[in-house]
Write a protein that binds this ligand. Structure first.
Ligand SMILES: Cc1cc2nc3c(=O)[nH]c(=O)nc-3n(C[C@H](O)[C@H](O)[C@H](O)COP(=O)(O)O)c2cc1C
Length: 192
C-alpha cells in the first residue's frame, strides 16, 4: 500500500467502539460536510442521511432497535447514520438506462464520510444488517428513497468487548485482489 494517502491505506472497519466517548457535533458536521462534496452527476446530489445521536436520544434508541442481532456490537456506537438515496430523479440528465447512478453517487458520498472519519480517527462501520421496514416506517422515509446502509460511528474501543466470533477481524491482515486481477487493457475481462 506504499505511496497512497494514509487515510486510504489505514482505513478499515473496526467493530470495537468506545460507548462512553461522545462524538462532538462539530466532528459530525465535518463528516457530513465531506459527504456533501461527493462527486455528483449533473449535481443531482441524490444522497440523504438520517443522523442519530445523543441530541435525539429517542430516535437513536429506535434506530438501534432496527439493527439485526449480528450487529449488536454497534449498540456501543454513540452515533448511527443511515445513508439514503433518491431513486427517482425527475428532470435529471442521467440517461434512462442508467438507474444505478444515484446509488453509485450515494456510495461515493458514504465513502467521503468514511475517509473523513478515518482522518478524524473514528470507527466508521457500514451495515446492511438492519430492519429496512422499521427504519422506513419509524422515520417516514418516502418510497422514492432507498435506504442503503446503516453506519456505526464512534471512537475506537476495547477489542476484547467485540463478540468473540468477530474478534479475530479486529487483528486480521486486510487483503485485496492484485491490480493484475482487476485491470485489463488487452483482451476480454474475465467473467469471474
Ligand atoms: C453495503 C455493505 C453492507 C455491510 N453490512 C454489514 C453488516 O451488516 N454488518 C457488519 O458487521 N459488516 C457489514 N459490512 C462490512 C463492513 O462494513 C466492512 O466493509 C467489512 O468489514 C470490510 O472491512 P474493511 O472496510 O476493513 O475492508 C457491510 C459492508 C457494506 C459495504
Amino acid at each position: 500500500m506504499d505511496g497512497i494517502l494514509d487515510i486510504l491505506a489505514g482505513r478499515w472497519s473496526s467493530r470495537a467502539i468506545d460507548s462512553s466517548a461522545p462524538i462532538a457535533p462539530e466532528v459530525l458536521e465535518r463528516l457530513l460536510e465531506a459527504a456533501r462534496w461527493a462527486p455528483s452527476s449533473f449535481n443531482n446530489q441524490p444522497w440523504r442521511f438520517l443522523a442519530f445521536g445523543p441530541e435525539n436520544a429517542d430516535s437513536l434508541e429506535k434506530a438501534r432497535k432496527a439493527l439485526k442481532r449480528k450487529n449488536a456490537w454497534a449498540l456501543a456506537a454513540p452515533r448511527l447514520i443511515f445513508v439514503l438515496c433518491r431513486t427517482d430523479m425527475p428532470g435529471s440528465r442521467i440517461p434512462s438506462g442508467m438507474p444505478m447512478i444515484p446509488t453509485y453517487e450515494s456510495g461515493m458520498a458514504a465513502l467521503q464520510m468514511a475517509l473523513q472519519a478515518a482522518y478524524e480517527g473514528l470507527v466508521f462501520h457500514q451495515m446492511l444488517g438492519f430492519n429496512q421496514r422499521r427504519i422506513r416506517e419509524d422515520f417516514k422515509v418516502p418510497e422514492n428513497f432507498a435506504i442503503l446502509t446503516a453506519v456505526a460511528i464512534g471512537w475506537p474501543g476495547n477489542p476484547e468487548l467485540v463478540p468473540e466470533e468477530m474478534r479475530f477481524m479486529e487483528t486480521e491482515i486486510r487483503t485485496r485482489k492484485a491490480i493484475s486481477e482487476l485491470v485489463f487493457s488487452d483482451g476480454a475481462v474475465p467473467s469471474e
